[in-house]
Write a protein that binds this ligand. Structure first.
Ligand code: GLN
Length: 193
């Protein structure tokens, strides 16, 4: 299984390490040619969504990735990656891939003091450690969206069809279960294809 990890800015190295521990092969995506490898799934890492959004356009990766997502390529977005996948960003005009019907609030816990750790239940996995860094949360989710985790009354993980998003960073913990969950989802999909 080959997973593309967007490697323009932010915490892509930790995602690559987690995927490799689970036996997946990884293609780092920095330019359009990197898509030639053919992908079974895609990870959009944390970082700064405005910067990643700008670099997606500058590298020409935005349009081909959007087409792959429209065609149903499984994708997992963490933090800034979740912002890039959301249909709406609260109080901001920008929309990037608009691949999942959620409204996200950026820096929802405050800019400076917004980093913390929690342990909470992820539906379908169980209790897991969650690391939040200037994280967004989901203020509203559309009818078809499955809420997977809630912390302090705020939605921090959601899934709809081929799209999985988390406010937190499992790649910064030793717990690989969310990545395993994403790979299982791809395997199940390929088994039915
Ligand atoms: N605050 C960042 C943003 O708005 C996201 C932070 C993160 O990815 N850890 O893009």
């Amino acid at each position: 299984m080959n997973i593309g990890v967007l490697a323009l800015q932010g915490g892509f190295a930790e995602h690559i390490a987690a995927l490799e521990k689970l036996g997946a092969s990884v293609t780092e995506l920095r330019k359009k040619d990197d898509l030639r490898a053919g992908l079974d799934g895609l990870i959009l890492p944390g970082g700064e969504s405005t910067v990643i959004g700008r670099l997606l356009n500058e590298t020409g990766l935005f349009a081909p990735l959007r087409d792959l997502l429209d065609a149903g390529l499984p994708v997992y977005g963490t933090c800034a990656g979740m912002i890039l996948l959301a249909k709406k960003i609260v109080d901001e005009p920008a929309v990037y891939f608009g691949a999942i019907d959620v409204s996200v609030r950026r820096n929802a816990y405050g800019r400076q003091l917004g980093s913390f750790a929690a342990t909470a239940r992820f539906d379908g996995i169980g209790e897991i450690p969650m690391t939040f860094i200037r994280a967004p949360y989901i203020e509203a989710a559309g009818a078809g969206v499955a809420v997977r985790a809630v912390v302090d009354g705020h939605i921090v993980a959601a899934e709809c069809g081929s799209v999985l998003v988390t406010s937190f960073h499992p790649e910064l913990t030793d717990n690989l279960r969310v990545h395993r969950y994403f790979l299982n989802k791809i395997e199940a999909r390929e088994a039915c294809a």
